[in-house]
Design a protein around this ligand. Structure first.
Ligand code: CO
Length: 485
């Protein structure tokens, strides 16, 4: 019998995409033992923005959350998303920190680590993959999917081959913007299947409405695992629905292992919380609808709304078309980075500046300079030489891997703060100010309130209103700067 497996995302990606990762542990705790009986391939419950949001908004220790989920779900593979050398933060960390973080994640209950790099720079995956393999975790080597003249099927298949040689257990194709079409999925999966022997995981979002079709065609080409969300937390910027795909695939002769009664109970449970979120406004109904802007403009939805808000803030909406035209030019100049955080912010701000200043690259932002210097890795294609010169002057870009220029940090941090355990030290290294604030206030229930009201939104893809988007842009950039300190 043909098999297809399901990864349930309600605790991580659906939570992050629809309600900016604001679901507290206390909300989902009662359903964990039920979820443990559903026979998912895995439950994605950690990593991504979960770590940051626990500390920043929920007054929760992310390590404790993981350990609690682990003990409530002894029979299910727990999965996390990790941005390679970035871990869960916004800059690259030295190898000792990466190794310690990966080791502690596994020690606290993670079974499967999905590891990706925004630029698909394989060197940024090596340390975390190596440590995860050493510690006995399953590693899903992940391709960040995007479209550009240099992101060919052949190049992606080659990347999958390299990951297979690194020893990963599965290859994940990660379409974070939900732009992969059914035909593209079929062609790409077929090519990867004929290049590597590993199982293939397909990850996409329903944003543009393609996802269900993309999954079906991907499965037809040989996909083994798909990411879905329990139906009341599915659709729009989230994943397609677990029950729906299980229903359709079962009819087509696939066997999923899922217990249909249990997955219905899971959905019934989350419905109540979904309704609460709609009532409080935490969930904006618009993010659950279909938005084809990403297909029409070749700019991800979240980035498009950021551009609109930047231009409105500067009273320059008449330049909207010019900025939209400039985005692909900037992306090309910068070597076709996939338009995901933080590259989408950098490209958007640079394109806006190029248009509003009336001269291209008159101003080059600090983050763009760091990117050109090589602090994020090697771009998919070379960066325009003239722009490199403009950004760096006589300074040369970094030759090797940026992490090799970083001093070890873990033992130093531990020795400076002997009162902390290893997890605390890692929280602090990743998010210094946020973690310190959490440590100082964790026993004070009031503190969460004050943090929460300071900044109401975190995910660039979930918010639509202008006011919220302005906050998001400045907030993301502030966080990037804060972490640089
Ligand atoms: Co995603």
């Amino acid at each position: 019998m043909k098999k297809v497996f399901f990864t349930e995302t309600v605790l991580r990606d659906a939570n992050q995409s629809l309600i900016a990762t604001r679901m507290p542990y206390s909300v989902f705790e009662p359903i964990l033992s039920t979820m443990d009986k559903a026979h998912y391939y895995s439950i994605e419950c950690w990593g991504g923005a979960v770590f940051d949001c626990c500390l920043r908004f929920l007054n929760e220790d992310p390590w404790e959350r993981l350990a609690k989920i682990r003990s409530a779900m002894p029979n299910t593979q727990l999965q996390m998303l990790l941005r390679g050398q970035n871990l869960l933060g916004y800059k690259h960390y030295p190898d000792d920190v990466v190794r310690k973080f990966v080791a502690k994640s596994i020690e606290n209950g993670i079974d499967i680590i999905r590891i990706f790099d925004a630029l698909n720079d394989i060197r940024n995956l090596e340390t975390s993959v190596d440590e995860a393999l050493k510690r006995g975790a399953k590693v899903s080597g992940t391709i960040s999917y995007t479209t550009s003249p240099v992101h060919t099927i052949k190049a992606f298949a080659q990347l999958a081959k390299q990951m297979e040689e690194m020893g990963v257990h599965t290859i994940c194709i990660k379409d974070m913007a939900g732009v992969m079409s059914p035909q593209e999925a079929f062609d790409l999966v077929s090519a990867i299947k004929s290049t590597v022997k590993l199982p293939i995981v397909l990850h996409t979002h329903s944003t543009t409405g393609l996802a269900y079709m993309t999954y079906l065609k991907g499965i037809e080409a040989g996909v083994d695992v798909i990411d879905t969300a329990t139906s009341c937390f599915s659709g729009g910027t989230s994943q397609p629905a677990t029950e729906t795909l299980n229903y359709a695939l079962t009819q087509m002769g696939y066997h999923s292992d899922l217990d249909t009664d249990v997955i219905c109970q899971v959905n019934e449970f989350f419905k109540k919380y979904r309704d609460d979120c709609l009532k409080t406004g935490l969930l904006d109904a618009r993010v659950m609808t279909t938005d084809t802007d990403a297909l029409n403009y070749k700019v991800p939805g979240g980035m498009l709304s950021n551009l609109v808000s930047q231009l409105k803030a500067q009273n320059a909406m008449d330049k909207f078309d010019a900025v939209l035209e400039e985005v692909p030019n900037v992306r090309k100049d910068l070597g076709y980075p996939p338009l995901v955080t933080p590259m989408s912010q950098m490209v958007g701000v640079q394109a806006t500046s190029n248009v509003l200043m009336g001269e291209r690259y008159k101003n080059i932002g600090r983050e763009v300079k760091a990117y050109i210097r090589g602090e994020y890795g090697t771009p998919p294609a070379p960066i325009d030489a003239e722009i490199t010169k403009k950004a760096l002057g006589d300074e040369k870009p970094i030759e090797g891997r940026f992490a090799d220029t970083l001093e070890p940090l873990f033992e130093l941090t531990k020795s400076e703060h002997p009162q902390w355990n290893e997890q605390d030290a890692l929280s602090y290294i990743l998010f210094p100010q946020v973690a310190q604030h959490y440590f100082d206030n964790k026993n004070n229930p009031q503190s969460t309130q004050s943090v929460t009201t300071q900044s109401s939104t975190q995910s660039t893809t979930t918010v639509k209103t202008q006011q919220k988007v302005v906050k998001t842009v400045s907030y993301t950039l502030t966080r990037m700067q804060e972490d640089k300190k």
